[in-house]
Write a new protein. Structure first.
Length: 267
């Protein structure tokens, strides 16, 4: 027996809603571990619905739960799927020698980050050979809002104008979070300065103990597709000008790996 057209559409709609809910839960868990009640609230789901979704995700290895705390974490299966993104990424492997050279020259923590929705995500990193206590290596792959940290500010500054405008409108609706950026006007000014300078330097980066410089990485068409950044501990006596020179050189070299030959795409 075949389903009627209305029944089939209703079934498809329900399945898509369930999939959307599950994806949103996974996105929230990528930010931080959460309990079921918080995930239900974040996804505007009823408790029973959230419980069924989490049970499915746990059963299939996408999520695991700490029985002692009740916190849910990203599971190994999701990690395996996500890791495949980097297996053929043109910057992940070929860019490592360039990143290592930059890290050695300035004794800093070097990252390549990409934009995903309203967040920056580091896809590759190289630590300094002599670890710096003030650098938070454990947070390397966490997503951060684009206005937090030099790596995200560069991605926001060189994003299409309509995207930047939408982000700033969103930024205006959230509370200040000790980034040093007090209001949307200040953020617009900072982004304009970044476009003019071709880089961003923060005195207070993702953590209060760090400073960073970031520059845009372009593809063959001249579109900014990533940022290259060098993170240092605050007050370690480094030369900001020297760090900026190394960061800009790294960004150009990575862009050339992607086929860039000097063309700059319009925003």
């Amino acid at each position: 027996m075949f389903e009627s057209g209305d029944s089939a559409r209703a079934s498809t709609s329900s399945s898509m809603q369930s999939m959307h809910r599950a994806m949103r839960m996974l996105e929230h868990l990528a930010e931080k571990p959460m309990r079921a009640t918080e995930l239900a609230e974040r996804t505007s789901s009823k408790w029973a619905t959230a419980h069924r979704t989490l049970a499915y995700l746990r059963e299939h290895g996408f999520v695991h739960r700490d029985e002692a705390t009740g916190l849910h974490y990203v599971g190994r299966r999701l990690f395996a799927i996500g890791s495949s993104y980097l297996s053929e990424h043109p910057l992940f492997h070929t860019g490592e020698p360039l990143m290592r050279n930059a890290a050695d020259r300035v004794g800093g923590f070097v990252q390549i980050a990409e934009r995903e929705a309203y967040a920056s995500i580091a896809i590759a990193s190289v630590e300094p050979r002599d670890p710096v206590a003030s650098l938070s290596y454990g947070n390397t792959y966490r997503p951060y809002p684009l206005h937090i940290g030099a790596r995200g500010l560069v991605l926001l500054a060189f994003a299409p104008a309509e995207f930047s405008d939408a982000y700033i409108s969103h930024f205006a609706s959230v509370e200040d979070d000790e980034t040093g950026i007090g209001d949307p006007a200040a953020l617009r000014s900072l982004l304009e300065d970044a476009r003019n300078a071709g880089s961003v330097t923060t005195d207070h980066d993702i953590t209060a103990a760090t400073t960073a410089t970031a520059a845009p990485v372009r593809n063959a068409e001249g579109v900014v597709v990533a940022s290259a950044s060098v993170v240092k501990g605050r007050g370690d006596g480094h030369d900001p000008g020297g760090v900026r020179e190394v960061t800009l050189g790294l960004a150009v070299s990575l862009s050339q790996l992607l086929g860039w030959r000097g063309r700059v795409a319009p925003r």
